[in-house]
Design a protein around this ligand. Structure first.
Ligand SMILES: [Zn+2]
Length: 500
């Protein structure tokens, strides 16, 4: 089969030049300069379709298709007119509201295209016989061609890069013949793939099924021809754009927060429909960071590497957190903008954030996994009923790790199941408070998930051993700070130092 013969036959069937190249299996850039590629493939140019006599191969009805202008295989999908319509529709959408450098097109194609691909496959088989493989499509499939042809053109015209995680432009296409053809397709499906037993459920027609099952090795041309023409029927109307829907990318903004207040909950604290605390860490951070990326603050998810109780502060380098922001209008965050957000959060006086930055989505695993293995560093202010003795101080210098058994504390039983969990305490280091001889400041390193208040007082033996049982005296905890979290993520950025 010579390329020239193939192209002449395709032309006679009303196949556009781009689709001719698809049947010549052209790749990437070869679609950009059609004439050059045709010449390279030893195909004579068809410079004036209007006046040229059509070459009508044997057994094919004379056709006006080439003159109608709508390609019988892509239904105009690759025409200049459609490209312009698509571009204009994208520009008329909310596109300008998105400040994203990368885009991705998600085009929902009418099933008619798949049917036409099959019709041409049959036609080529009849025309060129065994040189057309019945298992491998004779063309570059439409879906792939959309990526090779439409994507680069649209990206170039919009001056955007391509990225599967970029702004998604969902494009719905239809064709006036689609309903009619799908109806016929359902009948064809029953005939071509009869259910083997009466109880067997018939497979619903879908694009995936069409792509996989509808090839000459699985559907007979004679069966197909009862419902559809081989080669494809004439069309006068081009493919139509029914809707464009934009979906911004999912952006992840990470940083570390310090909790400076002993009267602030982690997330909105609501009990029996009543708000118990006016604000929360989650809300303060989202309020100042969210609006830069989206109008829908309610869709933002706040996550952190663990959490602290309402009355516990988190100091030191702070706790890593991340905001997951869907359908973001922006993907960038400059150091200036990040620093302004950090200052706005700091102004709350209750939370402070730093190292604010956009991070790749894959890095979220740092926050989501390995929680149990992480070490936590605490500083507790504890009180005895008597002055601290040397013996007590010695008992509370523990450098070798030890295990405790901890029952779910009574205070969290309403939201956590009752279990006894083993936890590792890595070290304990106590010193006497400078101003109060009955008070101890104790630095404790534990496995994540340890309840520190209960580790100190023992909760009537529900945690054993406890610091209280170790010294054999009652001990209360007055205040607790988290002073370190064993997670070196996200990397440190000093947004106050502008490099831009
Ligand atoms: Zn075409």
């Amino acid at each position: 089969m010579k390329n020239q013969d193939l192209v002449e036959y395709l032309r006679s069937c009303g196949v556009c030049e781009i689709c001719q190249l698809r049947y010549l299996k052209a790749r990437g850039a070869e679609y950009r300069n059609i004439n050059e590629t045709l010449q390279k493939l030893d195909v004579k140019l068809n410079e004036n379709v209007e006046n040229e006599e059509l070459v009508i191969p044997d057994g094919i009805q004379p056709s006006k298709r080439a003159r109608l202008g709508v390609c019988s295989t892509c239904l105009g999908l690759f025409s200049k007119d459609f490209q312009n319509e698509l571009l204009n529709s994208i520009l008329a959408s909310d596109f300008a509201k998105y400040d994203c450098q990368k885009i991705v097109l998600a085009i929902c194609l009418p099933m008619s295209l798949q049917l036409r691909q099959l019709a041409m496959w049959f036609a080529l088989q009849r025309r060129f016989g065994a040189s057309i493989d019945e298992n491998n499509p004779p063309d570059v499939p439409i879906k792939e061609a959309v990526k090779l042809i439409l994507h680069p053109i649209i990206c170039e015209k919009l001056a955007k890069g391509y990225d599967a995680n970029g702004l998604m432009i969902n494009i719905d296409l239809t064709h006036s013949l689609e309903d009619e053809e799908v109806e016929k397709l359902v009948k064809l499906n029953k005939e071509a793939f009869p259910a083997k037993a009466s109880h067997q459920k018939r497979i619903e027609i879908s694009r995936g099924l069409l792509e996989k099952q509808y090839q000459p090795s699985k559907v007979k041309a004679e069966t197909y021809e009862k419902y559809f023409q081989i080669p494809c029927s004439n069309v006068e109307e081009s493919i139509k754009l029914t809707s464009i829907d934009l979906q911004g990318p999912l952006i992840c903004v990470a940083g570390r927060y310090r909790k400076l207040s002993r009267e602030l909950s982690h997330t909105p604290w609501i009990l029996n429909g009543q708000r118990l605390m006016e604000d929360s860490i989650e809300e303060i951070i989202i309020r100042h960071v969210g609006p830069h990326f989206t109008e829908k603050l309610g869709k933002i998810t706040f996550m952190s590497s663990g959490r602290e109780d309402v009355d516990v502060r988190c100091l030191g380098k702070g706790r890593p957190f991340v905001l997951e922001i869907p359908n973001a209008r922006r993907t960038c965050l400059t150091k200036d903008e990040a620093f302004a957000m950090e200052r706005a959060v700091d102004a709350s006086g209750m939370v402070s954030i730093h190292h604010l930055q956009v991070v790749p989505r894959e890095e979220l695993t740092h926050i989501k996994t390995g929680e149990e293995q992480k070490k936590k560093f605490y500083r507790a202010l504890c009180a005895l009923h008597e002055p601290v003795s040397v013996k007590i101080l010695e008992q509370l210098q523990i450098s070798a790790s030890f295990n405790i058994q901890q029952k779910t504390p009574i205070r969290v039983l309403h939201r956590r199941p009752l279990h006894t969990r083993p936890r590792t305490i890595y070290s304990v280091k106590a010193r006497v408070h400078r101003e109060n001889p009955k008070a101890l400041i104790i630095d404790i390193v534990t496995q994540a998930g340890t309840y520190i208040k209960e580790l100190v007082h023992g909760e009537f033996g529900r945690t054993t051993p406890s610091l209280s049982s170790i010294i054999g005296k009652p001990m209360d905890i007055q205040a607790l700070d988290v002073v370190g979290i064993d997670l070196d993520w996200p990397h440190e950025v000093d947004n106050s130092k502008q490099k831009e």
